[in-house]
Design a protein around this ligand. Sequence first.
Ligand SMILES: Cc1ncc(COP(=O)(O)O)c(C=O)c1O
Length: 364
Amino acid sequence: MVKQRNAINSLNPYIPGKPISEVQRELGLDRVIKLASNENPLGNSPAATKAVQDWALNMAIYPDGNSADLRAALSKKLGVAPDELLFGSGTDQILEIIAQTYINPGDKAIMGDPSFPRYESVVKVMDGEVVKVPLTEDYRLNLAEILRKIDSRTKIIWLCNPNNPTGTMIPAQEQRDFIEKVPDDVLIVLDEAYYEYAIGGDYPESIELLDEFPNLLVLRTFSKAYGLAGLRVGYAISNRDIIEYLNRVRGPFNTNTAAQMAALAALKDQDFIDKSIENNIKGKGFLYSSFEEMGLEYIPTHANFLMVRVNLSSTLVFKELLKKGVIIRSGDIYGMDDWIRVTIGTEEENELFIRALKEVIGDK
Ligand SMILES: Cc1ncc(COP(=O)(O)O)c(C=O)c1O
């Protein structure tokens, strides 16, 4: 047998959530709703669908490896130079590119616990070491403790803002104070996958910090509010030096044409984003009041998902909800055993979820 690299022994394959069709078939259910992966319950902009339909007539051609049209549109929208952007097959792929670019064996990366699990695997694959810092009592990233953990081997700090799975946010001033204290040979990755849902109030406009701090990289995605998760397109914004190094690692055609065209069309449809945000705000209000009525603790969220304490084993609640056609994430994956994470859905989906949750909790 061919021996795998040692680093691979410490990894587990990603266990995907069950697709709706499989759950329907296995449990003989007519209707199944998936509130497990923080996808946009309104789908995607019709303009993006049209762009993919047009592309489908021309599949024989390789993608533009430079994503030139999307790059031009996004650089204009964000007010950054075109060469301060890097595109990837989802931000997932950019996480890999970052680790491949910066992690030597034995280098450390610091992340919150719980936070987005991919931060861990991309570092371990590179023979790096992961330092996990538990969240504060109010489920926020513990920036003071993260600072204390920095040492001469630290190479990357992953800051998920808002944090997945807790939905909590680092306000602008706190983030700035933190960044000022981090040595400039440590890369700070600000993962803003849920940016469109979080903006406003105290949420940082991190792009404004890029000129001032040479060790910052911002990550955003078209998978969440833009509703293009199936196409895989995300991007990094950073200074030219960092982007240039990442580009040496990036595969030549890593962002496919359909993704580029759909993202370009979606970017121009602000109406769809506005509707998605409005739906999220309404849904959040409904879920908060339902949880309060049920006497359940929840974590106020800045994203399109939230965690609620069900006071029962989360795997049990997961299984029971599944039987009723509702797919959520159980908190045990994140070390929060009596919590579940639920994506905010449409009005109807939220109502179905609450009805099912009441039945499940009432039954136990
Ligand atoms: C915090 C965070 N970062 C990154 C991703 C990856 O998103 P994508 O690869 O679809 O851009 C996700 C997806 O769930 C996420 O929650």
